[in-house]
Design a protein. Structure first.
Length: 593
């Protein structure tokens, strides 16, 4: 057998179509300033300030925990909080992907349990409820059951990180290599100095038992070539090939062999991941949701909670059955994206989170973290019969045209005339509608990614560098529409001073106030928009009023605005929505009865 890998990502790693998304996540989702501020506060012993710097809202009082659960629990909790690295936690959180860079929604990440499960208080993190909502996290201390009742499309899923402290505990961050199975040896597919191996350096036959990195490479090569039975056996995983009752799913034939023959799983991680969780008291059975299929993994053998026994994998046909066991966290069955991005040359080790870089590539030199916003560079644009250079500066695109030419073209566009060349690029830069040259498209995307991840310092820096405050994305959302994602206190006055319209509408016919209500903006932002003069007699493309949106999303914090809309504009909004809500509430009352 050849040691060459097929083109694309490693099995269980970053899929080729997600490589660019993960690259953007690593550059924008946890900005360098956030890492620096959170780290400085943590080292100073101020865990609350560290959480605030990393956009983590604390939803408990340690004094209440001590009163309810005793001093021993409170002391263990306080010790963990002192060493919690919220920026590192955010770095490792699962992402929604599918082209999106935002955090996977409706998860409870269980960090530590303080007492026998399942009713012990746990330190856990709740991820956002909306894909496009604020990327803030909530830090909780409450009992969390790893196995949740099966209720389609409701509730939250639990990921148990209690056996994965290197993902969030600064004391254990250096043990990330051990969590990945490398211990003191080299990482699979990398030389000892962190440079990727070439095809001729990979194993061509089953290696001996004394080289775990080569064994992991061998399992991955078998899996990549489609030798799945051999790959499972080499990884210490038994396949249960019991035939299901139904042989078709989603209109296609299905067999246990076809379900288990998936490259979504990193087989080299499964056994240690399941065994580690079992040893931590999380149970001995877990489920993985591979694309459109569910795989159950059980620790088996004489000592089911020991570190060296096999695990058994089988296809589970019914979601109700799968819901009886805990969800296997992604770190235990997916290859770490950082390894894949470095191997593919998408990022360098120095761009990783410093704690991650120090653990994975200690010989690569000190990490500087994700880069900040890039300075605008000149871009060549075909204009008329030649090429012109344009760049973002002073709130507009700087271009080699006289003021008279620019005034004429803008007047033409205002009256509905067609524009081309530099002026067409300028119109797209501002409105988000149309095509941009690749370099400007990257700048435009970076700006809105920074906004999506709440990077207010970067947005302010880019505005200072010349990005227009009137810039809009492809859905006609301007900065006023995105204030729910950012710190509105420094931004709102600046945008209003620039003359932005509080009643401008996006593609969904929402004003900035409606966007704040719809996408989970804070009550403080809503008050600020009202104080600035935002109208409340508005409806969106679904004809929903502000009061109906508040009721739709159960925004009890905005009850004051709902009352005001109902009093000043009775009957505004869609009749069909009021009828739907009434039927829903009556059904809920019947269910409660």
């Amino acid at each position: 057998m050849s040691g060459a890998l097929p083109a694309g990502a490693l099995p269980g790693g970053v899929l080729p179509e997600d490589a660019s998304t993960w690259q953007r996540i690593r550059r924008h989702a946890v900005p360098g300033w956030m890492i620096e501020r959170a780290t400085a506060h943590r080292l100073a012993g101020d865990w609350r300030a560290a959480c605030a710097a990393a956009a983590v809202d604390i939803r408990f009082d340690p004094a209440d925990i001590a009163a309810r659960h005793g001093s021993a629990v409170a002391e263990a909790l306080e010790e963990d909080l002192r060493h919690l690295a919220p920026d590192l936690l955010r770095w490792h959180l699962p992402r929604g992907l599918g082209g999106r860079t935002t955090i996977a929604t409706d998860l409870r990440i269980l960090l530590a349990a303080y007492g026998p499960r399942p009713d012990a208080p746990t330190l856990c993190v709740a991820t956002p409820a909306m894909t496009e909502g604020p990327q803030r996290l909530r830090l909780l201390c409450e009992p969390v059951r790893p196995v949740q009742p099966y209720v389609p499309y409701t509730g939250f899923a639990v990921e148990d990180w209690s056996a994965a402290r290197p993902l969030w505990d600064a004391r254990r961050a250096g043990a990330l290599r051990a969590l990945l199975g490398a211990d003191d040896g080299r990482l699979p597919f990398f030389r000892a100095d962190g440079t990727p191996l070439g095809p001729d350096e990979l194993p061509h036959a089953e290696p001996g038992p004394g080289d775990p990195a080569a064994t992991a490479e061998w399992v991955t090569l078998l899996q990549a070539r489609g030798d799945h039975a051999e790959a499972y056996a080499a990884a210490g995983i038994e396949r249960d090939l019991t035939a299901p009752e139904r042989t078709r799913a989603y209109g296609r034939p299905v067999t246990p062999e076809s379900v288990l023959a998936t490259n979504a799983l990193d087989l080299t991680r499964l056994r240690s991941g399941v065994r580690g969780l079992a040893a931590a008291g999380a149970g001995g059975a877990f489920r993985v949701h591979s694309p459109y299929r569910i795989i159950r993994l059980d620790a088996v053998g004489e000592a089911p909670h020991g570190p060296d026994g096999p695990i058994r994998a089988r296809y589970v046909e019914q979601r109700e059955e799968a819901a009886r066991v805990a969800r296997l966290p992604e770190y235990a069955w997916k290859r770490l994206p950082d390894l894949e991005l470095v191997r593919l040359g998408r990022i360098t080790p120095r761009e990783l989170h410093p704690l991650v870089a120090g653990a994975l590539f200690p010989a690569a030199g000190p990490a500087v973290g994700p880069p900040g916003p890039a300075r605008s560079k000149p871009v060549r644009v075909r204009c008329g019969g030649g090429w012109h250079e344009v760049r973002s500066r002073g709130g507009l695109l700087e271009m080699p045209h006289t003021p008279e030419e620019q005034q004429r073209e803008r007047a033409l566009r205002a009256f509905g005339g067609a524009v081309s060349g530099c002026f067409a690029v300028e119109a797209t830069w501002i409105t988000g509608e149309g095509r941009l040259p690749r370099a400007l498209r990257a700048e435009h995307r970076e700006f809105f990614l920074r906004a999506q991840h709440g990077d207010t310092p970067a947005v302010l820096a880019l505005l200072d560098a010349g990005v227009s405050p009137r810039i809009r994305d492809g859905r006609r959302r301007g900065l006023l529409h995105l204030l729910h994602l950012l710190d509105h206190e420094p931004l709102l006055p600046r945008l209003l001073a620039a003359g932005l319209d509080l009643e401008s509408k996006d593609a969904n016919q929402r004003t900035p106030l409606q966007s704040a209500v719809h996408w989970g903006g804070s009550a403080e932002l809503v008050w600020a928009l009202l104080a600035a003069g935002s109208r409340i007699d508005v409806i969106d493309e679904m004809e929903l009023s502000l009061a109906q949106e508040i009721r739709r999303y159960k925004r009890s914090d905005l009850a004051f605005l709902r009352r005001r809309v109902d009093e000043e504009f009775p009957g505004i909004g869609a009749d069909w929505w009021d009828e739907y809500v009434q039927d829903r509430d009556e059904q809920d009352e019947d269910d409660d009865a």
